[in-house]
Design a protein around this ligand. Structure first.
Ligand code: ADP
Ligand code: MG
Length: 439
């Protein structure tokens, strides 16, 4: 196998419905998706890993498939997980530069961040840290202060902490599958980067509706202002329909995909007929729509918008639009329904990356986000600061802090042996064939 890690970005998206692996190559001015592999998730409930072995197995499966397809080994990856326990807060600090005015350099940014996180007890759980704003001397509102002359550097930071156990389980699953974990991202943060459609100062709410979780992220341009994750998703709609209409889960899964949540009045009394164990079952379209509406209303009004108002004292019409993504966003009529419900324009977010054909749907926004976020982070090191996970201290190396894992190393060695074995077998087989043909 050819060794090829340089300029390769690999991401694992741990979802309730699927585990996805994406391999991208960073070119000078573009990014190319080399491979995207998916497999059904097992052992994940509402975004949370409740049983690790099946998750490890699924990651190994997509990894093996991809390595075979690409012909080079994949040794490290970024992992996106949807842990329920996250804690966000803001920090404002001032860093006195020298008494004389001087130009700000990148190490001043590092120092300011260290100062901002000085009193954070659980520093090893800080997954994301972003600058909301920078200031110099008496001025705020500076995008990138590097190169500015000042005697005071001011930093306003958004910090996201994850839960130790959730982070460890997610990273150990990837390690046991033979991957070095280059970084852990929370899905609520990366998803908006997968479908950016906002102008620099526009306040946009990005909502990614998956099978077991929904994330809601408020951004101003590319700046993250607030994130939330809810243990509610498409699988709840399926089980609501199954429970209330007394139909098997496979039928309700199919049912929610054929009706429109915005079904016109005259269709509500139509009947949908199907068979379950030889028995005829009839459902009224209006009843199906009512059940689905209930979940969506609960999610958007009682949870997402309510929390935003409570946490940010934000009058929600103050943001300009809602961008929805994730598998559930494919539900017929959903954008119009949410628009009427919240009184804000709603758009479907599509992957802002050149995805393979048949993979350009809104359910792949999180995977595009994994790649775009990594690239954005590299290009804007003053805006997205490195996480503290892994070493328990902030690292500003050129390279991301690679988790120091002996397990990943062992698995990789075992795998290399297996690959060699396979290659030898292949050579012998070809050799035998050639000999046969010769005689
Ligand atoms: N056309 C559709 N209408 C309604 N729901 C859909 C549709 N397509 C997919 N879904 C739902 O989307 C969810 C999967 O979303 P996805 O983002 O792929 O999951 P995850 O990231 O949680 O693994 C499932 O609950 C699935 O039933
Ligand atoms: Mg998803």
């Amino acid at each position: 196998m050819v060794k090829k890690e340089k300029n390769i970005i690999t991401g694992i998206d741990i979802g309730t419905k699927e585990i996805k692996l994406v391999v991208a190559e960073k070119k000078k001015d573009s990014v190319i998706i080399l491979d995207l592999k998916k497999t059904a998730s097992k052992g994940i409930r509402k975004g949370k890993i409740v049983d690790s072995p099946p998750v490890v197995e699924s990651i190994r499966k997509v990894l093996d498939e991809s390595e075979r397809n690409l012909g080079f080994p994949i040794e490290s990856a970024y992992v996106a997980y949807g842990g329920h326990f996250i804690k966000e807060y803001e920090r404002k600090v001032e860093l006195n530069l020298d008494s004389k005015r001087r130009r700000i350099v990148f190490s001043d940014i590092k120092e300011a961040m260290n100062l901002a996180l000085e009193d954070v007890e659980s520093i090893g759980n800080v997954i994301h840290a972003f600058s909301i704003d920078y200031g110099v001397d008496n001025e705020w509102g500076i995008e990138n202060p590097i190169g500015r002359e000042a005697s005071l550097l001011k930093m306003h930071l958004f910090v996201l902490e994850g839960n130790k156990e959730e982070i460890e389980i997610a990273s150990s699953c990837a390690e046991r599958a033979g991957l070095k974990v280059k970084g852990i991202f929370h899905k609520s943060v990366i998803s908006p980067f997968g479908c950016f459609s906002s102008k620099p100062d526009e306040l946009v709410l990005y909502v990614d509706l998956g099978a077991g979780t929904t994330t809601a992220s408020l951004l101003k341009g590319t700046k993250v202002l607030n994130v939330d994750i809810y243990p509610v998703g498409g699988s709840h709609i399926t089980s609501d329909l199954s429970y209330i209409l007394r139909i098997p889960l496979e039928k309700s899964e199919a049912l929610k995909k054929i009706v429109s949540i915005n079904e016109p009045e005259e269709n509500l009394d139509d009947e949908l007929e199907f068979e379950v164990n030889g028995e005829k079952i009839v459902c009224r379209v209006g009843d199906v729509v009512e059940i689905i509406k209930h979940r969506i209303e609960e999610l958007f009004i009682d949870l997402i918008l309510n929390d935003l108002q409570r946490k940010k004292s934000l009058d929600y019409p103050s943001f300009s639009k809602i961008v929805i993504s994730g598998g559930v966003s494919k539900m017929q009529g959903l954008p119009t329904f949410i628009q009427n419900l919240c009184g804000i324009p709603v758009e479907i977010g599509l992957p802002a990356l050149d995805m393979p054909e048949n993979e350009r749907g809104s359910d792949n926004v999180s995977i595009a986000g994994l790649i775009n976020y990594t690239i954005f982070k590299e290009a804007h090191p003053y805006a997205i600061l490195n996480s503290c996970i892994g070493g328990g201290a902030i690292s500003f190396d050129e390279e991301d802090p690679v988790f120091n894992s002996s397990i990943a190393e062992k698995v990789r060695k075992a795998k290399q042996k297996r690959f060699k074995g396979q290659q030898v077998k292949k050579v012998i087989a070809t050799f035998k064939k050639v000999i046969k043909e010769l005689f």
